[in-house]
Design a protein around this ligand. Structure first.
Ligand SMILES: *Cc1c(COP(=O)(O)O)cnc(C)c1O
Length: 191
């Protein structure tokens, strides 16, 4: 019994140490990177061959409109052309929700495409009681959530909504004879 007792105490102690360690690492990571965006956003920037910035968040890990406005202003003064901003609704590390309502006003005013990354927590908006977290969604140009996360879809499945799909359809448009079909035009075709 004594040994079991010691064993349990050690286990609890190690567990405590471990969780403190993890918390410290998370705090350090937050300090260093400040932005909470998913790594795929960063990768998209690399793929696209464009400059990107991770912006600092407030004490609740939310990105605010004034921070975005300031960053856009600074970039324009450097001669850059800000064209795309990603708001995260439900960040992967802390499930924080950016202030989409504030960011949307700034993005619309500056004529910058506003994408909403709700890959992680977007499925929650199926429930009306969580929809207050997507306040400002009408200001977004595109929205994505991942049914393969909370909706038990077993293969990778990202559902993407576009306010105006013609941009994407036209960007990838090829129209060879052998890809024609009878029902063409009855639904958006992103081929
Ligand atoms: C999981 C996740 C992604 C990436 O999703 P995949 O489609 O699995 O690559 C992007 N953003 C957030 C917030 C995520 O949680």
């Amino acid at each position: 019994i004594f040994f079991i007792y010691i064993g349990l105490l050690t286990l609890i102690y190690v567990k405590l140490l471990f969780s403190i360690y993890i918390i410290i690492i998370i705090i350090l990571i937050n300090r260093i990177f400040s932005g909470q965006a998913h790594s795929s956003v960063e990768r998209a920037g690399l793929f696209g061959g464009v400059k990107f910035r991770l912006l600092p968040v407030d004490e609740k890990c939310k990105l605010r409109g004034d921070v975005l406005a300031k960053a856009i202003q600074e970039d324009k003064e450097k001669g850059l052309i800000p064209f795309y901003v990603v708001a995260t609704l439900g960040t992967t590390v802390s499930c924080a929700f950016d202030r989409l309502d504030e960011m949307g006003v700034v993005a619309n005013r500056e004529d910058v495409w506003l994408h909403v990354d709700a890959a992680y927590a977007g499925s929650a908006f199926i429930c009306p009681e969580y929809r207050y977290l997507m306040k400002g969604i009408e200001l977004a140009d595109s929205y994505n959530f991942n049914p393969h996360k909370w909706m038990l879809v077993n293969f990778d499945c990202s559902a993407m909504w576009l306010k105006d799909p013609t941009y994407v359809i036209n960007a990838f448009n090829v129209d060879p004879l052998y890809l024609k079909y009878d029902t063409q035009g009855s639904a958006p075709d992103y081929r």
